[in-house]
Design a protein around this ligand. Structure first.
Ligand code: GLN
Length: 497
């Protein structure tokens, strides 16, 4: 027996409204930001014991930020952003000065950062109270949050099942009504995949458009922070808050952010005439759950009925994406995670004054990292070692270029592409933990986008007839055309009614 903890099933009315609705009511002073924030904190208190979306709840800080928004609005000041006063859940991989940043790892238990991530700072500047930090697979490696050192997050749709990963906490917070807005990161699917499994919306923006400063690195050439919410418009409003150039991030691009909010509003008309949508041949696969494929084909029919033209596109190198990703990622991980040596951050093990620094480092890393993180550090170290570099890392980088070329060619024939976000609906907790390859395979449809640096969205596409669980539709667009995701996403959402 599992209890129904979806946001529609119970709870205060304030925890069911969209972020845009809440922002409107706060602006017009129909409700205060403190009331809205309080309602979400109460919801967290009521349900998070079962769901475990949060690793840390910052009640005092959230209410103080809310009170400041209320004070400013009562004094007649202009709202600092379109989302002023609407609270948010932050993935525990972004640094915060007023709450611990653990990345779901024992290695960083209780770690307090001396500075805020740029994304954190932008959220604060937009008057968005931060409710707390959400659970995740350790250092964002995983597809189920089962690699969190603090225990898994449960899916509000079915507590026996995963809410996805690595950002299962943020997705479950949205789906349970604990938060109307949340932030995730996506290295190979960690925003889109949990969104698909929880019936929420998640966007991986174009690489370089959201600052990685203060985002604890998993694989730097793939990581990207992004917005998540329950509607396309809410996601766009949050996208606008976090995106933009940052001189503190060397990979941040200095160009105007695509008009994602305008695109979401335009898409709400539901009209898709003149829009060409590509179906990737490589994603129409055997092995996908029947309920997922049926839902996908229904989505295609719906998009056609809204005026879209459907074309089939060929992306032959997508078949190699999994192999390339699981080489490039571990290589970057082995280098990025070298900093966690027990000397500078977090856990230190066995420092008895007798042991050498090297011994202490080794004991600290052995005690602080979980098995999946260790697996990837070992894999990456091996692949980068002399004699293997050309055969593995270099070869994977070549495949990466070919995948990017597949995208470029495909977008000569269409404006966006679509696919199912995941091969199946939410799987049972424990089902894949002892089979890393099965876990890795779950990212099949999301990985190619990270390798190419392009953008993608997952949004609700109904329930699978065979499992009764949510299915996600993935929309893909070229680099810096993030607005297309919102145009087509909002139209699809409107078409579903
Ligand atoms: N599941 C993928 C992995 O384990 C993606 C994770 C992510 O996007 N952070 O690497």
């Amino acid at each position: 027996m599992t209890t129904d903890l979806r946001y529609t099933a119970s709870g205060d009315e304030l925890t069911r409204l969209t972020a845009a609705e809440l922002a409107g009511k706060i602006r017009s002073r129909e409700v205060t930001s403190v009331e809205v924030t309080r309602a979400h904190l109460d919801r967290i208190n009521a349900v998070d014991g079962d769901i475990h979306a949060f690793l840390h709840v910052g009640e005092e800080a959230a209410l103080a930020a809310a009170a400041e928004v209320d004070r400013a609005l009562d004094a007649g000041e202009k709202p600092v952003s379109a989302l002023a006063g609407v609270p948010l859940a932050l993935k525990d991989v972004f640094t915060t000065t007023d709450a611990p940043t653990t990345c779901g790892s024992k290695m960083l238990e209780g770690y307090m950062s001396p500075y805020d991530a740029t994304v954190t700072g932008r959220i604060r500047a937009a008057g968005i109270p931060i409710l707390g930090k959400t659970n995740m697979d350790e250092f964002a490696m995983g597809s189920s949050t089962e690699n969190s050192a603090y225990g898994p997050t449960r899916n509000p749709w079915d507590l026996e099942r995963t809410a996805g990963g690595s950002g299962g906490g943020s997705a479950a917070a949205l789906a349970s009504g604990e938060a109307p807005l949340a932030i995730g990161t996506d290295t190979g699917g960690s925003i889109r995949q949990p969104a698909a499994l929880t019936d929420t919306v998640g966007v991986k923006p174009t690489y370089g458009t959201v600052s990685r400063y203060g985002l604890v690195a998993c694989a730097s050439s793939l990581d990207q922070g992004g917005p998540t919410a329950r509607t396309v418009l809410d996601t766009a409003l949050l996208h606008e808050v976090i995106a933009g150039h940052d001189p503190f991030d060397a990979t941040s691009v200095n160009r105007p952010v695509a008009d994602v909010v305008g695109a979401a509003r335009a898409g709400a008309s539901g009209d898709l005439s003149g829009v060409k949508i590509g179906l990737v041949k490589q994603f129409d696969r055997e092995g996908f759950q029947t309920g997922v494929l049926d839902s996908f084909h229904a989505a295609v029919e719906q998009l056609k009925s809204q005026g879209a033209e459907i074309v089939e596109v060929d992306c032959p190198h997508f078949d190699e994406a999994l192999g390339a990703y699981y080489l490039i990622l571990p290589c970057e991980v082995s280098s990025n995670l070298a900093r966690f040596d027990g000397m500078r951050y977090g856990l230190r093990e066995g420092d008895d004054g007798q042991r050498s620094a090297e011994e202490v480092m080794s004991l600290s890393r052995a005690a602080g990292f979980g098995p999946e993180v260790k697996r990837r550090i070992l894999l990456g170290t091996y692949a980068l070692s002399v004699g293997y570099y050309d055969a593995y890392y270099l070869q994977a980088q070549r495949v990466r270029s070919l995948i990017a070329r597949d995208f470029t060619r495909a977008y000569e024939r269409c404006d966006v592409m679509i696919s199912p976000t995941t091969p199946t609906t939410a799987f049972k907790l424990g089902e894949k933990v002892s089979d890393p390859m099965a876990m890795y395979n779950f990212d099949l449809c999301t990985l190619p986008l990270n390798l190419a640096g392009v953008c993608g969205m997952s949004l609700p596409s109904g329930l699978a007839a065979d499992t009764g669980l949510p299915v996600g539709l993935q929309i893909m667009a070229p680099a810096f055309a993030d607005d297309r995701l919102y145009r087509v996403g909002a139209a699809f959402e409107a078409g579903r009614g």
